[in-house]
Design a protein around this ligand. Sequence first.
Ligand code: ATP
Length: 317
Amino acid sequence: MNAVVTEALTRSYPGKRSDATPFVALDHVDLRIDEGEVHGLLGPNGAGKTTLCRILSTVLCPTSGTARVFGHDVDIAPNEVRRIVGVVFGGERGLYGRLTCKQNLRFWAALYGLHGSALRARVDELLERTGLANRADDRVDTMSRGMKQRLHIARGMVADPPLLIFDEPTAGLDPISARDFRALVTDLRGSGHTIILATHDMTEAEALCDRVTFIDRGRVIATENTIGIRNLVARVDAVEARQVPPDIVVGLRGVSGVRAVEQAADDSIRVLTDSETTTRAVLTFLLEAGVSQLNTPGPTLADVYLSLIEDRGMAVR
Ligand SMILES: Nc1ncnc2c1ncn2[C@@H]1O[C@H](COP(=O)(O)OP(=O)(O)OP(=O)(O)O)[C@@H](O)[C@H]1O
């Protein structure tokens, strides 16, 4: 079964002046997300990811087109959709700073109709699952951003909805919390949940997602699994090298077909090329310059994303 189906889904925002043309944030988006899938939404700032997440969680209405969640139309049956969608937008909004973690969760659990021992058990389970058990009695306004983000995640899971939507869930999380989040997603996937993950983080998308939809200025530019995306943009390739003298790095930038040369702090470099032919030219260039620590890891999702967006003249952060 499809967890999410959108057809020609379009959302415009009013222009700034009364006579201004409306701004189209989502433009005829067709999307299918299978039940049990972890589906990534990738795109630069302003691509429309949040707008899509908001429509799927009934916070925003479509301007035209349709969106259905497990068969329920977000416009026609928003209450049914709300019962089966948990959403984590993050940030400071929606948490009660003067209440403790546990009190916040109890409040939301009560809103979802839980009470008594079932409510207490659910709240304790969520505190445990999101790594907040030892902060249960701390006031939220004394907690770090990362801890608040964990609470947002717990909140989204209160009703154990079959579809969870995470919008930039690891923004502001330290690496350990981000790792914990990934473990949580894997765990949720294992228990049959469908997950939508809007993110800028390629590594996260690559590590977690079964499929990824690339969005560019409100339009879907590709939906593929990781392997499919790599095949789609076969001209993207990469060479990694260590201990490359600075003048050789400069020379590399002049090799025809080199898209970019990225330098890492650990004296390694990553050369993005436009084809296997260029990759061979780069390898020859480096070997002739005496560089022997070489690796051809193949393109990552990040490389593919950069290439797709660059082709459309977009700036990428
Ligand atoms: N309430 C609004 N009124 C007018 N324009 C809006 C509104 N909300 C979003 N937009 C515009 O719609 C476009 C899509 O925004 P959206 O937040 O969906 O993108 P995004 O992909 O989530 O970006 P980011 O990664 O920066 O959050 C942007 O150009 C944004 O400025």
